[in-house]
Ligand binder design. Structure first.
Ligand code: GAL
Length: 864
């Protein structure tokens, strides 16, 4: 009798209202007036976290009664046929329209999209009579936010924190052999996030059916020690649970197999843990600890090394009277991690520099609705840049994202909170911190601790408690200790943008994760006139105070730019804050792509690199940010998305991409020139040319005329010819390494826009409604040169079994809704995201038309 895990993504009905339609609320909240007719559900929701509260006295007793049971939406008889039909994962806000203007209900910070309000989801659920003796669990990977769940009119429970995964036990409320109705209520306050949170059941939802004696939720933990190429010891804990009213005796056996994650094939048996017998009282959950040695393990190793991300799967079977009653799979990897304060991070004994980026959870034009291919594409683009590490800023990611990082070999800093007791926005997590920090933290770690890609836990980002001396440090210690109770094998930290080496806060941290302080805050010449805290580069002071602790930057840069936009004059500095006279234009809401301009507290990549190279013990960095993300459009609040990405919201690399690539893939023969060379208004004007390349010497030519052969000076990371005078034609660079030619690049002046070219990242997609093709439309002149400032309006159309689910162009200031089939190119490019209609085969034809342009055309194939 196998456990069953069934997707519940299809066939939901959905309704969202801005006003409260039902009089229910989780708890008091600053943005709400609680009237006499309001029912507060918190006492009934709190027990859903009990599994993750260690001290029995702190667990919650469910009060009697069934609040919400009289609301029509939860009743099986309610007719929801007028509600929208949706499939999950679903983000109710991403379609827009965008709110505009200064006093918008949802401003730039949260992405100007309608995330706020109350969403109801309903779906019927047929449970077979054969399942009547089974436990039926609802597993929700993420629902934004304040989820409350009813089955057949009975309140089951809920989970407030929208980023965490949770399980609810439906068993007591199931009518087996017939139809059941599941109703889920979500509620987003207007001011509960510093970025775009999305709204809705935005991750996968599952129904898990098991016999009452089974491996518990997140019921295994496998860690590895004494790892070498010859052998390793695997330590396994299995939690087995008995929800029967009788005492049960079982035998538990776990085998380890090689896993080919690309083909999802379970390979040869590599080891077997000794089997154990357990006697479980009614209602009891018991851990079972065993170990086994594995010979010649295929180690899990990260990107940017000669190692490979090999995986194993442990298959745990529970037997009763010799009969298999449950089987549970755990993917894991065999690898050792060493955190050395002088040599940085070692994986399997090999030093690995952390070449990381921060990623938010949204996937651009499709919003927060998790999509495997969209996530994989982001990681592929980042991998090609040389990235080997991701910080999950600042919340638990979709579980599948960690499957991807395991498979692809990324290192992960897995993070849970952006605030604790002290708020950053009026209705953020601080409102529920006291009740939920323990269940949220424990469930997060139990969910993610088998992933070999996770190298450390972060239990906070730039929290206000950095400022409260010993009180803040005490709270940090408490959270740190919870992390270690759940996982003694990995270090725990919280990112510090304020705490100084002499303060009590960093003492708590196993490793030191600095935001911006390492390279210094507002300490370069161009930042001198700014107000706000000023910090010299603090890597040395932290290293000196904590000589034994590994040190890296969890955030660096916050360099801002708009892809393909260049503003003049160009600063002579290597790093400068964005202002209207330096790198920025608040009317256009754009920042120059010379990649020298940053947030007031930030720095250019060049400045960060120099600070790191001056302090060789620094283990590496996580750049803010890998991709642009929705919301937080600093420095231009009227916009919709960030300027800090190395890659824009549509997935098109900015110029900076090649700066990181030149550093992170020093063996790649690459040279990249900026800016573009189509400046009809700049003839005779100084137009600096910069080049990114791993070469150490370079010569630039404009229309064949040398502009000088120059060496890269120590602690500089780009070639600059700042006095070049613009003439139309051709810019060409040849770079050299150790005196021999390394790489070259050419940029030509474009003529008038002539045609649209369509290129797909995948020409064949699965017809499953989820797999996607990302199609780039480029405006070219008649010679095939990209027209770099083209802003042509493109109309995308589709014939065949597919849909254009969204379009974008990476322009942070664009407030054209994402589903629009009409999209202007921004700096010459636009994007269309296409999915196939589930189950339908055939060719999908996509055409892009634009006034005065020859159409672009592409055909996709679908696979069933
Ligand atoms: C950091 C913060 C990030 C993001 C970034 C903006 O201080 O941790 O979440 O806000 O600044 O550049």
């Amino acid at each position: 009798m196998k456990r069953e895990r069934q997707s519940l993504n299809q066939g939901w009905r959905f309704q969202r209202t801005v006003e409260n339609p039902d009089g229910l609320v989780y708890d008091y909240r600053p943005d709400l007036t609680i009237g006499n007719n309001t029912t507060i559900l918190k006492p009934w929701i709190l027990p859903s976290g009990n599994e993750f509260i260690n001290e029995p006295a702190n667990r919650h007793e469910r009060p009697s009664g069934n609040p919400g049971g009289n609301v029509t939406f939860v009743q099986n008889s309610f007719n929801d046929s007028s509600w929208e039909i949706v499939n999950l994962p679903h983000d109710w806000a991403i379609k827009g329209p965008f709110y505009t203007g200064e006093n918008a209900v949802v401003g730039g910070g949260m992405g100007r999209l309608p995330v706020q309000g109350i969403g109801w989801y309903r779906r019927s659920l047929t449970i077979s009579a054969l399942d009547k003796d089974k436990n039926i669990y609802l597993d929700i990977d993420g629902a934004m936010s304040y989820a409350m769940v009813w089955l057949n009119g009975n309140l089951v429970g809920g989970w407030p924190y929208g980023y965490n995964s949770f399980r609810l036990d439906l068993t007591p409320y199931v009518n087996s052999g017939t139809d059941n109705v599941l109703a889920i209520r979500l509620d987003n306050p207007t001011d509960f996030s510093r970025w775009y949170p999305g709204g809705g059941i935005y991750r996968n939802v599952w129904l898990t059916k098991v016999v009452p004696v089974h491996v518990a939720q997140y019921g295994t933990f496998i860690s590895t020690r004494d790892v070498s190429a010859q052998g390793a010891t695997l330590d396994l804990t299995v939690q087995v649970e008995n929800t029967r009213t009788t005492t049960e005796e079982v035998e538990v056996l776990t085998e380890v197999h090689i896993l080919d994650s690309a083909t999802e094939t379970i390979g040869a048996k590599a080891a077997e843990f000794p089997s154990s017998k357990l006697t479980l009282q009614s209602g009891e959950k018991q851990p079972l600890n065993t170990s086994v040695k594995i010979q010649n393990p295929q180690l899990w190793g990260p990107l940017r090394t000669q190692q490979a991300p090999n995986l194993y799967v442990a298959i745990t079977k529970v037997f009763s009277d010799g009969k298999e009653i449950d089987s549970y799979e755990t993917r894991f990897g065999v690898r050792s991690l060493t955190y050395n304060s002088d040599n940085g991070l070692l994986v399997n004994g090999e030093k690995v520099r952390i070449q990381g980026v921060n990623q938010h959870h949204d996937l651009g034009a499709i919003g927060s609705a998790f999509n495997f291919r969209a996530a994989e594409r982001q990681l592929e683009i980042l991998r090609d840049m040389g990235t080997n590490a991701i910080r999950m800023s600042h919340n638990p990611p979709a579980p599948e994202l960690l499957d991807l990082t395991d498979q692809m070999g990324f290192l992960v800093l897995d993070e849970i909170f952006d605030c604790w007791e002290l708020n950053k926005t009026s209705s953020d997590f601080h409102l529920i911190f006291d009740d939920w920090h323990e269940p949220d933290l424990r469930s997060f770690i139990r969910r993610d601790r088998n992933h070999p890609s996770v190298i450390a836990w972060s239990f906070g980002n730039e929290v206000g408690e950095q400022y409260t001396d010993v009180a803040g440090a005490a709270l940090a210690q408490k959270l740190h200790d919870i992390v270690h109770e759940e996982d003694p094998t990995r270090p725990a930290t919280a990112s510090m943008n304020y705490a100084k080496p002499y303060m009590p806060f960093p003492v708590v941290m196993d490793i030191l994760a600095l935001n911006y302080q390492g390279e210094g805050i507002r300490d370069a010449a161009a930042y001198a006139n700014l107000s706000g805290i000023k910090t010299p580069p603090l890597y040395p002071a932290f290293h000196e105070m904590f000589p034994g602790k590994l040190l890296f930057s969890s955030e660096t840069a916050s360099t801002f730019s708009s892809r393909g936009t260049f503003l003049f004059p160009v600063t002579n500095e290597t790093s400068a804050p964005v202002t209207d006279t330096s790198g920025g234009n608040s009317l256009l809401e754009q920042v120059s792509s010379y990649e020298l301009y940053s947030a007031n507290f930030g720095s250019s990549p060049d400045k960060v690199f120099a600070a790191q190279d001056n302090n060789s013990y620094v283990a590496g960095e996580f750049v803010w940010s890998g991709f642009d993300y929705l919301g937080e459009p600093t420095p231009y609040d009227p916009a919709r998305s960030s300027y800090s990405g190395i890659v824009d919201l549509a997935g098109f690399p900015k110029d900076r991409y090649y700066l990181y690539q030149s550093r992170w893939r020093p063996d790649l023969k690459m040279a990249h020139i900026l800016p573009h060379w189509t400046w009809p208004d700049r003839i005779g004007l100084v137009t600096p040319v910069h080049v990114f390349s791993a070469g150490d010497e370079a010569e630039l030519f404009v229309n064949g005329q040398s502009q000088g052969r120059i060496m890269k000076a120590a602690f500089t990371y780009r070639f600059r010819w700042d006095d070049v005078v613009y003439q139309p034609g051709e810019v060409h660079v040849i770079t050299y390494k150790n005196g021999t030619e390394w790489a070259s690049d050419t940029v030509q002046t474009a003529g008038p826009a002539a045609y649209i070219q369509l290129v797909a990242d995948r020409k064949t997609i699965q017809a499953d409604g989820s797999d996607s093709s990302y199609i780039t439309a480029t405006v070219l002149d008649k010679q095939g040169v990209v027209v770099p400032q083209a802003e042509n309006s493109i109309v995308f159309s589709i014939v065949g079994p597919g849909d254009i689910v969204a379009t974008d162009n990476g322009d942070p200031a664009s407030l054209v809704p994402f589903p629009s089939k009409v999209r202007k190119t921004y700096s010459g490019l636009a994007l269309a995201i296409v999915r196939a209609v589930p189950g339908m085969s055939g060719a999908i034809n996509i055409t892009a038309t634009g006034e005065g342009l020859i159409d672009g055309y592409i055909v996709l194939e679908t696979l069933i």
